[in-house]
Each structure stands twice: as C-alpha cells, then as structure tokens.
Write a protein that binds this ligand. Sequence first.
Ligand SMILES: [Zn+2]
Length: 152
Amino acid sequence: MRIDFPKHLIREITDACRRSGINEVGGILFGEHIDTEHFRVVELTVDEQGLIASFKRSIQHVLGSCKRFFNRTNHDYSRFNYLGEWHSHPSYEVFPSSRDDQSMLDIVCDQTVGANFVVLAIVRLNKESLDLKCWVYFPDSSRSDVDIKFVD
Ligand SMILES: [Zn+2]
C-alpha cells in the first residue's frame, strides 16, 4: 500500500508534537482513494490528551469524527473515508507497541467501523524534522508496512 502525505499536514503534525512536548498527541486520518492500494491523506484531527505513553482512542470518538467528515465529503464513501490513526512517540522508537497493535486490531475488527483495513502512522519529532512511519492492519490480524510519499 502507498499513502501520499501532503506537506501541510506534516507541518500540522509537527506543530502538534512541538506543542505537546513530552506528551503523546494523536488523532484521526481521513483519506482519499486514489487508485488500487493507493491513498492520499486529505484531513486529520489533532487531539491533545496530555497523557504520557497512554494514547488510546475510543471507537465512539472515531465514529463521531467520521460522521462529520462524511457530511463534508457528501457521503462519497468509496472515495473519501476513514483511513486510520496517527500518534506520536515522543520518548520511544517509531514502531507500534503491543498496545498500539491491539488498539488498531480493535478498530479494524469492529463491526460498527466496518473497515477493510486501518492505517497507523507513528511520528516522532527529531530536532527540526519529523520521523513518520505507517503500518496497515487487516481484520485477519496481519500488519504490513506502508510506503509513504510526501506530496505538495
Ligand atoms: Zn504508540
């Protein structure tokens, strides 16, 4: 899978990480379906929770944010849809923790979310640049790497 990440959204994440300092920050990613296995992040939310290493998202929160996004994109679900989650690891490596894996599997297996896959982006502010890596989770519990391309 390939995901295009617009630079202005990278700046938004970078600013959020800078504001949060040693605390984790995260949110939801909304995507546009470009082609087979090819998506573009079109919008994201930033939820500053102020909790160290305890980022966890509730299904209800996901559904509420999706509803607002679907209204804005005229319910064109095949083109614009929930893509997944992002959060920062300010003090440890850019790799999913076992709890991250479990949270993502909870979401991708949830019938009310009804996703075929869910993407997790993990970021870490590294002096002036942002480390960002993505994984995709499937309902059969498998996880794969995602190719990220930064676009304008
Ligand atoms: Zn994490």
